[in-house]
Design a protein around this ligand. Structure first.
Ligand SMILES: Nc1ncnc2c1ncn2[C@@H]1O[C@H](COP(=O)(O)OP(=O)(O)OP(=O)(O)O)[C@@H](O)[C@H]1O
Length: 344
């Protein structure tokens, strides 16, 4: 388990100081895949680097598996970090060493025989699907293959935690998918805790159990992936959720003045977010029957997250203004989040 308590980090230079983290508290349960999302400069990298003290917090405590990292001396911290693997956006492989030597590199402190190292590295390369690239050099590998080597190297000392700093940001969507599938598989097989920082909600959606949303050095919202996608509370979270869904195109279409988004007098356009608890109910027919409100669905998408259907619809309601108000109230009472986009 990772626990941050009131962690702050201020960078000071001759140009002034930057408060990269402001009183951040966070608990990541053992065995979870935990995502941290935010725009550039939100403080994500600083936060993940505080988890293994690559960055030392200016204030606060960092607990990993019951140990307060801030109290460890340099040697103890080195030991601890060996149990906390880390991978990076640009892989950070040793260019002059082949794949085998890159993966074997962290094992030099492990007091293993040559044969044991050989077996360990072969097992890790098999795990990441690179058994046939043992003698290749990083320059001979694709981006996805380099990240697989980095993952094997990060797992060499059997860590309890794997920290992923924008690990898929340099990869195309298909390779990103395969790397995330690999991380998920490793999490399932080994029970390792995985922390992922990213600016892409698609990454969070594909792999994480829980997510924290960061803005200006603060965690603005945290929760299970299902709750965050179904009921995002903060504006920043809503923006990220919309970004991952095709329904967010509605805002671009409105800006572009697309005829699809034009409303007639008395119409209201709304975003409806529904979750597993209300997807099976015929709510659109219900509001039509009970309040005489027609619903024209402009966009819709449904996802299955953690085996639960989560969906969003962009709908234009028409009917009497009282009817529309009651219809939206009724949807809200049934657990559907209703956000009015525009009315005419
Ligand atoms: N070593 C440093 N010295 C001074 N300021 C820093 C340092 N590292 C980060 N910062 C500042 O701290 C803030 C948070 O940076 P950080 O890299 O943690 O954000 P981020 O969310 O990871 O952004 P990105 O996605 O662009 O990497 C930024 O304003 C950044 O300029």
């Amino acid at each position: 388990m990772i626990r941050l308590e009131h962690v702050s980090k201020t960078f000071t230079s001759k140009h002034g100081s930057v408060e990269a983290l402001k009183d951040v508290s966070l608990t990541i349960e053992k065995g979870k895949i935990f995502g941290i999302i935010g725009y550039s400069g939100a403080g994500k990298s600083t936060l993940i680097r505080c988890m293994n003290l690559l960055e030392r917090p200016s204030a606060g405590k960092v607990w990993v598996d019951g140990e307060d990292l801030m109290t460890l001396n340099a040697k103890q911290l080195r030991e601890k970090r060996r149990k906390m693997g880390m991978i990076f956006q640009h892989f950070n492989l040793l260019r002059q060493r082949n794949v085998f030597d890159n993966v074997a590199f962290p094992l030099k402190h492990e007091k293993l025989s040559k044969q044991q190292v050989e077996t360990k590295v072969n097992d890790l390369l098999a795990l990441v699907g690179l058994a046939d690239k043992k003698y290749a050099y990083p320059s001979q590998l694709s981006g996805g293959q380099k990240q697989r080597v980095a993952i094997a190297r990060a797992l060499a000392c059997d860590p309890s935690v794997l920290l992923c700093d924008e690990a898929t940001s340099a990869l195309d969507p298909q390779i990103t998918h395969s790397i995330l599938a690999l991380l998920k598989d490793i999490n399932r097989k080994t029970g390792i805790t995985i922390v992922i920082i990213t600016h892409e909600m698609a990454v969070i959606k594909e792999i994480c159990d829980e997510v924290a949303v960061m803005e200006n050095g603060v965690i603005v919202e945290t929760g299970s992936i299902v709750d965050i996608f179904a009921k995002p509370k903060e504006k920043m979270t809503q923006d990220f959720v919309n970004m991952a869904a095709s329904v967010n195109r509605i805002y671009t279409l409105i800006e572009e003045g697309n005829p699809l988004t034009e409303l007639k007098s008395g119409e209201t356009m709304a975003m409806l977010r529904y979750n597993a608890d209300n997807t099976s109910q015929a709510l659109i027919s219900k509001i039509s029957r009970e309040y005489g409100v027609d619903s024209n669905i402009i966009f819709g998408n449904i996802e299955v997250l953690k085996d639960k259907p989560i969906g969003s619809l962009v709908v234009v309601f028409s009917g009497s203004s009282v009817g529309i108000t009651h219809a939206m109230q009724c949807l809200h009472e049934k657990g559907v989040e209703v956000e009015v986009i525009r009315s005419c």
